[in-house]
Design a protein around this ligand. Structure first.
Ligand code: URA
Length: 209
């Protein structure tokens, strides 16, 4: 699949098993999701440009490197996106943060925006959009469209689990946006759940079920 990256790291595979396990408590789920998000942040920032910088160590001057180019913004799709925001920020603490809230209209079944708060300079930033579950793909497609409308040109999408159906919908709508997924599962079921999946990510993050 073009533009779909599934990092192959044993720690990621191990931690995803913990996340999926039905006996994992809410506290443990949050902790492990944070750790996985940090690993995903590491992968999604792998191609950030660097430039040379002259510094002095306690022993001598040297030419080192630091990040160059656009600053980062992480945008969370509410509410479950917030569960992986903290882990991303652990690795890139100076990133700005945006939020987008979408609900599914019960008649049209299309995503409707109910909340949007983005940094005013978002068009100048590299945006990492986060949502733990890429299920139908409809929310992620709508969120990316909204970000592009706000002027964003450099964009990546990070999820923990993806359904093949969600990936197909997303990559067809936004072939220019790379998808970083912790794993690609078997299928989307008739209730919109990813199988085998991990259940409802929001409920598992917040203990609301
Ligand atoms: N959202 C979830 O939280 N879980 C799924 O399996 C699909 C969508």
């Amino acid at each position: 699949m073009r533009n779909v990256i599934v990092p192959d790291h044993p720690l990621l595979r191990h931690k995803l098993a913990l996340l999926r396990d039905r006996t994992t408590t809410t506290a443990k789920f949050r902790q492990v999701a944070r750790e996985i998000s940090l690993l995903m942040a590491y992968e999604v920032t792998r191609d950030l440009p660097l430039e040379p910088i002259d510094i002095e160590t306690p022993l001598e001057p040297m030419r080192a490197e630091h990040l160059a180019g656009k600053k980062l913004c992480i945008v969370s799709i509410l509410r479950a996106g917030n569960g992986i925001l903290e882990g991303m920020l652990d690795l890139v603490p100076s990133a700005r943060v945006g939020h987008i809230g979408l609900f599914r209209d019960p008649v049209s079944l299309h995503p409707v925006e109910y909340y949007l708060k983005l940094p005013s300079d978002i068009a100048e930033r590299t945006v990492i959009l986060v949502d733990p579950m890429l299920a139908t793909g409809n929310s992620a497609v709508a969120a990316v469209s909204r970000l592009k409308q706000a002027g964003v040109t450099t964009l990546k999408f990070v999820c923990l689990l993806a359904a093949p159906e969600g990936i197909a919908t997303f990559t067809e709508a936004h072939p220019d946006v790379a998808v970083f997924a912790g794993a690609i599962d078997r299928e989307l079921d008739s209730h919109g759940y990813i199988r085998p999946g991990l259940g409802d990510a929001g409920d598992r993050f917040y203990g609301t079920r």
